[in-house]
Structure formats: structure tokens, C-alpha cells
Design a protein around this ligand. Structure first.
Ligand code: 6PG
Length: 265
């Protein structure tokens, strides 16, 4: 069921339960991947972390889809832990999806969470920049971007007050952003950020990469996300206070896949 009346043309897709949400989102993800392949032969899918997407990834792993060998997988963010750590977003994706579908290992772009955060961010920035160059863009256009929503309205690892948000809002685009000798501005694509609320470092794609996605699906499940969802979709706070509102300015398609508990509390 689609619910309209959304800010800036975003679309709200309402599912009756977490399982129905996972199924509906999985069907949409595969349709978007098929469309990307029809145009460009391959597709770039960005996975989100946390707990909510696990059910979606399990659904993706069992739905019929022949296109996996042409899919490149990226991660919107990662924790600063090794890939076998219980908190690793890569580990969760590997256990629920990547181990079950035939994506070539070279097409799975894992953040090196085991390295020094600045080095891991630099490596990921370089990998995204290779993709951008093949697209003749400064910022890569990723075909399908999956995001979650935190109870504090964070998304990826862009938390309230993040310097990445203030730089993006101020028009600057981050520490690596300066005209390069070729005269093109280099926009930072990946960053390591300290999150005071969690007292830890996180690795994340930047607002520039998020808003450049061709299609974004935000997956929101559970009554604990109700307040954040109402803020982001209703009150229109600043992205600095509610980072997920940065999606309202994304020119691509943004669909909010939510279940009844998230929408109605
Ligand atoms: C992460 C995610 C993060 C997540 C939200 C929601 O690494 O944790 O990228 O942005 O999507 O925190 O997490 P849950 O799905 O666990 O509620």
C-alpha cells in the first residue's frame, strides 16, 4: 500500500508487519537492480547496517534473481571492528545474503574496519572514486542505496551534530575537498567520524554520496523508530539535528519503506 502526502515527492510504502516489510523491500530492490542492469549491464547496491535489514537480506537471498553476478555491493557505513566481529555490518550481510548468492568477491567492497579509521576511510574513498571516474562524475551515482533510521534520526553513520553534516550544509564538502591540479573539485566520498554519543569511531559514506544515489530505500521498522520517523517526515528539522532529512534534497527516487509500528507507534 502506498501512502502519499510526503515532503518533496518522497514516497511512503507501508507494510503491515516486519516480515511483510522485508518482502516488499526485497521485491523493490530486485526490480531496481534489474532496471539498472537493463541500462548499464551492471548494478551498484549499497547495503545498510544494523539489525533491521537482516530480514530484508534473507529475503533477497531466497527470491529468484539471475543478476547477482552483475551486482557490485558497497556498504553505507561500517563499525571500526574486524569483519568477523559481532558488530560488523559486513559480517551481518555475509551471514544473511552474501554467502548465499553468487556475487564475485571482487565486487564486494568491504570497509577495512580492522585498520586505522583514517586509512579505512581513505581506502574506501579511493574505491568510490574509481567508480566515479568510470561514470565521468565527481561523485559516484550508486544505483540502489539502502539506509536505516536510528531512533535519533541518524542514517548511515551520520549522527546528529556530525561535522560531515555541517560541512555539507555549509557548501564545503569535507576534508578532502579542494580543487585538484586538474581543476576539478574533489568531494570527500568516505569518512571516519568520531561519534560522541557512542564514544566510538564509525566509517561512513558522505552526504554527497548519499544524495547522489539514483534510488534510495529507507527501511524503518518498529515502534522505537516512530518518533524519529515523524520528525523526519513531518517536522522538517535541520539535517544537523535529524540527519536523515538530508534525503529530502536528494534528486533521486527516495522511498520510505515502513511498517505499521514505525508509522503509528
Ligand atoms: C549501523 C547502520 C545504522 C542503522 C540504524 C538503524 O551501522 O548501525 O548503518 O545507520 O541503519 O542505526 O539500526 P537498526 O536497524 O539496528 O535499528
Amino acid at each position: 500500500m502506498t501512502v502519499g502526502a510526503m515532503p518533496r515527492g518522497a514516497v511512503l510504502r507501508l507494510a503491515p508487519s516486519p516480515d511483510a516489510l522485508a518482502q516488499a523491500a526485497a521485491t523493490e530492490v530486485l526490480a531496481l537492480l534489474e532496471a539498472a542492469m537493463a541500462w548499464r549491464g551492471d548494478a551498484h547496491l549499497v547495503l545498510s547496517g544494523g539489525r533491521t535489514p537482516a530480514a530484508l537480506y534473507r529475503s533477497l537471498a531466497i527470491l529468484p534473481f539471475e543478476g547477482w553476478p552483475n551486482v557490485h555491493v558497497w556498504f553505507g557505513d561500517e563499525r571500526t571492528v574486524p569483519p568477523d566481529h559481532a558488530d560488523s555490518n559486513y559480517r551481518m550481510a555475509a551471514e544473511t545474503l552474501l554467502g548465499a548468492v553468487p556475487i564475485p568477491a571482487a565486487q564486494v567492497h568491504r570497509w577495512a574496519g580492522e585498520l586505522d579509521p583514517a586509512q579505512a576511510a581513505a581506502d574506501y574513498d579511493a574505491a568510490l572514486r574509481v567508480l566515479a571516474q568510470t561514470q565521468e562524475r565527481d561523485v559516484p551515482a550508486l544505483d540502489v542505496l539502502l539506509l536505516g533510521l536510528g531512533a535519533d534520526a541518524h542514517t548511515a553513520s551520520l549522527f546528529p551534530g556530525s561535522p560531515l553534516l555541517s560541512e555539507s550544509l555549509a557548501g564545503a564538502t569535507g576534508p578532502a575537498d579542494r580543487p585538484d591540479p586538474a581543476g576539478r573539485s574533489t568531494v570527500s566520498l568516505a569518512a571516519a567520524v568520531h561519534v560522541p554519543a557512542l564514544d566510538t569511531w564509525r566509517l561512513t559514506i558522505t552526504p554527497a554520496v548519499i544524495t547522489a544515489a539514483r534510488a534510495t530505500i529507507v527501511l524503518v521498522s518498529g515502534a522505537d523508530k516512530h518518533a524519529a520517523l515523524r520528525r523526519v517526515l513531518g517536522d522538517d528539522p535541520s539535517p544537523l539535528d535529524a540527519p536523515a532529512t538530508l534525503l529530502h534534497d536528494a534528486p533521486g527516487d527516495v522511498a520510505w519503506f515502513v511498517d505499521r509500528a514505525a508509522l503509528f507507534g
